[in-house]
Design a binder for this molecule. Structure first.
Ligand code: SF4
Ligand code: SF4
Length: 386
């Protein structure tokens, strides 16, 4: 085997792009062992080893640029949350991607997605003027100077036909509870969370600046997000760019509304339902109790806990831009999640993230289990129980 060259320039460039903690890594390998890629077979599983990838980054060595290595991580934070040295592994992955994508070398399958986000302000090839089509027949208020909350609907739930039901359910719940909320509409852009994780820093900055100018110009003070990905980036990445607002995921707000007696769910579903913790709501944002309390209110004793849950929840594989990855059947993390739910006797698997909804639905269909297990988003259960 030919020896690989060490490049100090590349090492420094990766660090500059945000891999500030990469040299804290002592190569213990715990991250690799905890990674969900160890749970599935296949080429990506064989090629991708996060410990080794970071070693290459520490040395500025080539070998990490291969698509099945560099773009395999779903940024689930299972490794990061357990790293004994506190290495910010997700930032390291993002920086290593940025060192390649920033040079114009994004993988071919990602170019249309990044191109759409540049041109349309969303990665789903949806025209801007159709961003609010999900509102049809719902009489959703426009955000104005006297509105308390700005409801930011994830691009996925603006354009994906299945996912628009999430936006509709959340808006219905907010209206039922008498919340003062409104949307801005077609001028909103994607939060950019996935774009940044894919390594397109320039695109992220463009989307973030556009949103910050828009939201601040409208006088936004408080934001409700439908997706945990928007929640995370608004809370953790926007403040240093000038976007400082009070940001809450819809589950946390609804939990408060139930506690205040403003919302109740008299029509319980009466089905055995399991909850899947989205990585960006759970491990990344530490919101574990709100969805469970809401599910408890709407499903009562019919809610069941999955074996791998809360801090140890198994990723659906949709984060870090992996929602756009083509993964062969038998290698999808979501298939393991569907099996987890069936093993618990659940007839419904619910979650609180549009990406998880998408990934779990695909996994359930690929296993042919759609007649045994219904995949839903929590807001749908809650809206049906009003
Ligand atoms: S768990 Fe942390 S210290 Fe250990 S190899 Fe992974 S990144 Fe390095
Ligand atoms: S963030 Fe998740 S998918 Fe990425 S390397 Fe860590 S454990 Fe694996």
């Amino acid at each position: 085997m030919e020896p690989k060259n060490v490049s100090l320039e590349m090492r420094d460039y990766i660090a500059e792009m945000g891999a500030e903690t990469i040299n804290w890594c002592m190569q213990c390998g715990l991250c690799t062992n905890l990674c969900p890629w160890r749970l599935v077979p296949g080429e990506t599983s064989e090629n991708f080893n996060i410990r080794h990838m970071q070693r290459l980054g520490q040395m500025g060595m080539e070998g990490f640029e291969e698509e099945s290595v560099l773009f395999a991580c779903s940024t689930c934070s299972m490794c990061q949350s357990n790293c004994p040295r506190g290495v910010k592994i997700v930032d390291n992955v993002r920086a290593m991607r940025a060192s390649i994508v920033g040079g114009g070398m994004a993988p071919a399958n990602l170019r249309p997605i990044l191109g759409s986000a540049h041109a349309n302000g969303n990665p789903w090839s949806g025209p801007r003027e159709k961003r609010t089509d999900w509102q049809a027949g719902l009489d959703i208020p426009a955000f104005g100077p006297d509105t308390e909350y700005f409801l930011f609907v994830c691009c996925h739930s603006c354009y994906d036909p299945r996912s628009t039901k999430v936006a509709k359910s959340i808006a219905t719940l907010l209206k039922a509870a008498g919340v003062s909320f409104g949307v801005i509409g077609n001028d909103e852009s994607c939060c950019g969370e996935s774009m940044r994780k894919l390594g397109d820093e320039e695109l992220f900055q463009k989307l973030a600046q556009s949103n910050i100018e828009l939201f601040n110009g409208k006088g936004v003070k408080k934001i409700i997000t439908t997706s945990p990905h928007c929640l995370w980036t608004f809370k953790n990445e926007y403040p240093e760019l000038g976007g400082e607002w009070e940001v809450i995921h819809y589950t946390d707000l609804l939990k408060q509304l139930v506690a205040d007696g403003k919302l109740s769910f008299p029509k319980a579903a009466g089905k055995k339902v399991a909850f899947h913790d989205p990585c960006y709501l759970g491990r990344h944002s530490q919101v574990y109790d709100a969805p469970r309390q809401l599910l408890g209110s709407a499903a009562g004793g019919d809610a069941v806990e999955l074996g791998r849950s809360r801090e140890m929840s198994l990723c659906c594989a949709g984060g870090g831009g992996r929602i756009w990855a083509e993964v062969p059947m038998g290698e999808r993390f979501g298939e393991l999640r569907v099996t987890d739910a069936l093993d618990k006797g659940a007839v419904m698997l619910t979650t609180a993230c549009p990406y998880c909804l998408n990934m779990l639905t695909d996994a359930c269909n690929s296993l042919g289990k759609q007649d045994e297990l219904e995949i839903t988003e929590l807001s749908e259960i809650l809206a049906a129980a009003l």
